[in-house]
Each structure stands twice: as C-alpha cells, then as structure tokens.
Write a protein that binds this ligand. Structure first.
Ligand SMILES: Nc1nc2c(ncn2[C@@H]2O[C@H](COP(=O)(O)OP(=O)(O)OP(=O)(O)O)[C@@H](O)[C@H]2O)c(=O)[nH]1
Length: 514
C-alpha cells in the first residue's frame, strides 16, 4: 500500500469512528470493544505515526539500521525496504475471544496492543467476543466477523491481529471476510524478536522460528495478500506477519525453506561453544553495560528514557559503535556505561518461540548489571518477578548483580508497597512518569557498575594514541603529562587489563590502590 492510499484512509475516516463503534457495541452482550476513542486519540497523537510522511523522504538511516539489526542478505533488502514502510504504517485492529474471565482476556488484549506497538503498528481498536471455543472456520463467530469487517472499513485499518494462534484455514477464511490481512499474536512476537536479535546465533534462532511458523501457512494466502505475491520467503525479519510468497512458488518455496532450516540448525549447533568462550573472555576495555529486563509494558523504555535524560551527557566518540537500542550514560563518579533495552517478556509465550526469545536476551548474559523492571501496579507482580528471574538464570546471568525496580510507583498504594517489599526487600520504588526513585536507581547502578580499581602509571609513545583512547573508555584517567618520550598517564584500570598494559608501565610503578 502506498502512502497516498494510507493518507486517503485517514482523511476519509469519520472523526467519530471509534466512538461509534464503542457505543454500538456497548449495547451488545456477546462482545465489546476494549479500547474506546480515548485510546485511539492518544495513539493518533503518538509521535511514531508516520502516515503523513512522504515515502521518498523515508529516513534512510532507519532503513539502514533495520538492515543491520536483521542482518539481511542483499537480495532481501529491496523487499524489506517496501515492507518496512508498510510495517511502520500498519493500522491494526485487535481481536480476541474469551470463555470465562473477561479481565484476563482484556489484559491479554492490552498486552497484545503493547506488542503490536512495539512492532511498529498503530492500534486503532480491540474487539473481544465471548464464546466457549473459537469458531472452527473464522475464529470469531460469523456475525462478529461481519461486524469486524465494518470496524476495519470504518477505521481504515489494514491489518487484524488475533490474540491467539490461528489455524491457517481460519486465518484465510477471516481474511476473506474482512478483506485485509489477518495475522496472529505469534507473528507479532516473531516480528519483535527479529528486530531485537543481534548476534548471529540470535538471528539464526529467530529465522528458524519464523520459518517453522511459516511452513504450514504457505498454502493459500487470502485475497488481501495478493499484493505481496512474489515477495521473498520468510527472510529473517520480513514485515509483520512474515509475508508469504505467491501461490505459484509454493512447492519450490517449501523445499527451499526445508533446506534453509537444516542449514540454520547446523549453524546454531556450531555457535554454542563460541558463546561460552566469549563469556569467559569478557573484554574489560568494553564500556560496562547495564541491561534492562522485564515484562512487556513494565515500563522499560520509559525508564530508559528517564534515566538517560537524567544522566550526564557523554562524549559520543566513546560509544561510536553502538546501535540504536543502546543508550549511553555515565555515573556520578565519571564511569561511562551503556544501557540496553531488551525484548519484553510476554505471557503464554508459544513454546516454539522459547529458544528464539532466549537468544534475543543474550545481552543480559553479557551485561555487568541487570536492572529488572517489575510493573508495581500489576495484579500479580510476584509471578512476573519469578518468571523473569528464572529466565535470567537460564541465559547464564544468574551471577550478574541484579537491581529490582518496582516501576509505576505513582499507581501503587501503601499496602501494595508493603507487599512488594515482601517480594524483594532491596527493590527500589520508581516512577518513570513522576521521576520518583530515579536518583536512587542511578546511585545503585553506580555502585554496581564495575569500577576500574588498579592504579597504573604508564608512559605511552605518541604513535600509540589508541592506548590512551582505550584508557579513557575502559578505565579512568587521573592525570596526563606530555613528555618528550610520550604521554605519561596515571589511570585506574580493571584488573583484567593490567597484563595488557604492563608493557607501557612507567618504571614499573604498578600498584593496587584498592
Ligand atoms: N503510571 C505510570 N505509567 C507508566 C510508567 N512507566 C511507564 N508507564 C506506562 O506503561 C506503558 C508501557 O511503558 P513502556 O515503557 O512502553 O513499557 P516497556 O516495558 O518498554 O514495554 P515493551 O516495549 O512492550 O517491552 C506506557 O503506556 C507507559 O506510559 C510509570 O512510572 N507510571
């Protein structure tokens, strides 16, 4: 879909579309919309809506960053440029069914909304239907599916996302009714993983999960998919919902996918030993890193924004090689460190995605400090805390210092605070919204970030300027003096780096200060 069409949708859309849907739906007992007009309005105001932007002006850097993250092969890049634009523009309506507990279903749909937004979509509305089981043919009942069609048309949505995994036939039938692309929760999660996977192993794991998901879904993509015909098969991180190939290529594609999958499995087996070795040889010239982990919607990104804007600005040059998901900061004591947002945990993660999820969490295993964010206002923070901790342990991060943060403290009353304290006595109450607790969090991080402790006096020849730069990044320079033979530097360094630097020691004046 071009941007023009997209804009037409917006202009043609009646102003009160969401409100009318909600009002009409309130009168019915079999289901209702979850998000009212307030939500849609709030989202319209959100800065990540790109609909008014001219396609040609689409940010080159964004595209380049996306390719880097996804490690796409050259032949996939053109396809992805188009798809990325669509991904950012997707206007989605969410659907779900529930048998018993409606609050549970609403929470699940809210989480799906958060996931869809994380994947870059714009959530216009959510629709829940009460029914004991999904309709075997169209997931929603027939009447509800027709209603969905009306909502989709009224809002100008271009994608429907179902809150559970759809059988390929259900998906196709529902697509035929509503006339736009229908994808499911698993596809959204896979899309987020593919945006987050950084290492070669992570990318391979995610691509494998994408292909496994795609394989049984190859045959018969609905009408609305025909514009994608000829699109590339399941390239790692193809647009949301892993767009499929045209009908004519299906058999060939099936074979290619099988071949690709066995290749990926072999690669993944080969990566495991390398990962162990990497962990053992952590390079202390790296800037210390802090990883933020927690459930989706716990407020990880909001906290990251708060904390990094509160921190002191740091020389860009120190962090030249960072990608977009990593922020930089510096402790009050002047030690630079990086902050990495990790992919959020989700409830009921489909089991075939578990490996892919873990592989996107590798940053945690390689970080120096883990900030574990818990939504303090969540009805069951205890189980969130336990699940995240289990996984942190599984990705090899059990021994990494952990700072537990109860976020959204502005929504937490005194009794709940007591309860949360009981769960984790050292937890810090923080509000990314009001700023409560941010100073305390920064102080805790500063206390945990490994500080260089060994004082060395070095004489570095002028043609070895890189040694001085590394000292600034991975150590703390206390004094500099320019002599005829080179620069004399007094610096604190990490114990792991002492050996590499002894060659520059000035008159062997190496001693431990701590
Ligand atoms: N009241 C309140 N709301 C908050 C606070 N922090 C975040 N939120 C809201 O919680 C929602 C989720 O915040 P995010 O920062 O996107 O959460 P996240 O953990 O990064 O979520 P994912 O990107 O999906 O993993 C947003 O609507 C925020 O506005 C807080 O301290 N107080």
């Amino acid at each position: 879909m071009t941007n023009d069409t997209q804009n037409d949708h917006k202009t043609n859309q009646p102003d009160d579309a969401v409100g009318r849907v909600l009002a009409r739906d309130d009168a019915r007992s079999s289901g209702y919309t979850v998000f009212g007009s307030g939500r849609a309005d709030a989202l319209q105001a959100d800065s990540h809506y790109e609909g008014d932007r001219d396609g040609d002006q689409f940010d080159r850097e964004d595209r380049a960053a996306l390719r880097r993250v996804q490690g796409l092969s050259t032949e996939l890049q053109d396809v992805t440029e188009v798809e990325y634009r669509q991904l950012r523009l997707e206007n989605v309506v969410l659907i779900g069914i529930y048998a018993g507990n409606v609050t549970e279903a609403e929470n699940s749909l809210r989480e799906l909304a958060a996931l869809a937004e994380t994947a870059g979509a714009q959530v216009l509305d959510g629709l829940l239907q009460r029914r004991p089981n999904p309709d075997p043919s169209t997931y929603l009942g027939r009447g509800k599916a027709q209603e969905l069609k009306g909502i989709v048309a009224a809002l100008g949505a271009d994608t429907v996302i179902a809150d559970s995994e759809l059988a390929p036939s259900q998906r196709r039938a529902l697509e035929d009714v509503v006339g736009v692309k229908v994808i499911d929760r698993t596809a959204v999660i896979l899309d987020i993983f593919s945006q987050h996977a950084k290492s070669r192993e992570g990318k391979a794991q995610v691509e494998l999960a994408q292909l496994e998901y795609l394989l049984p879904r190859l045959r018969g993509w609905g009408e609305s998919m025909s514009r994608q015909a000829g699109g590339q098969v399941g390239g790692a991180g193809a647009g949301m919902g892993s767009r499929g190939p045209g009908e004519t290529k299906i058999e060939l594609d099936r074979r290619r996918i099988h071949t690709r999958m066995s290749k990926l499995r072999k690669q993944i087996k080969g990566y495991a030993p390398a990962r162990e070795a990497k962990r053992a040889n952590r390079n202390r010239f790296d800037v210390p890193s802090v990883a933020i982990a927690g459930y989706t919607n716990a407020g990880k990104s909001s906290l990251l924004n708060r904390v990094t804007s509160a921190g002191v600005l740091v020389e860009n040059a120190l962090f030249a090689t960072l990608d977009a998901t990593v922020r930089k900061s510096v402790t009050e004591q002047g030690i630079p460190f990086t902050f990495t947002d990790t992919v959020g945990f989700v409830r009921n993660l489909p089991h075939q995605l578990v490996e892919a999820f873990r592989s996107t969490l590798e940053e945690i295993g390689e970080s120096d400090v883990v900030v574990h964010v818990v939504d303090g206002s969540h009805p069951d923070p205890g189980s969130q805390l336990a699940t995240v901790r289990d996984v942190i342990g599984e990705v090899g991060a059990r021994d990494i210092p952990e700072i537990v943060v109860f976020n959204k403290s502005d929504l937490v009353d005194d009794n709940t605070r007591l309860l949360l304290r009981g769960l984790e006595p050292t937890g810090i109450f923080v509000s990314a919204r009001t700023g409560e607790g941010i100073e305390e969090l920064l102080a805790r991080i500063a206390a945990e970030v490994p500080a260089p402790q060994v004082e060395m006096t070095l004489l570095v020849p002028y043609d070895r300027g890189e040694v001085i730069s590394r000292l600034h990044v991975g150590g703390r320079v206390l004094a500099t003096e320019y002599l005829e033979e080179g620069t004399r530097v007094v610096a604190l360094v990490h114990p792991q780096n002492v050996e590499a630097l002894t060659g520059f020691a000035d008159a062997a004046r190496v001693h431990a200060s701590a």
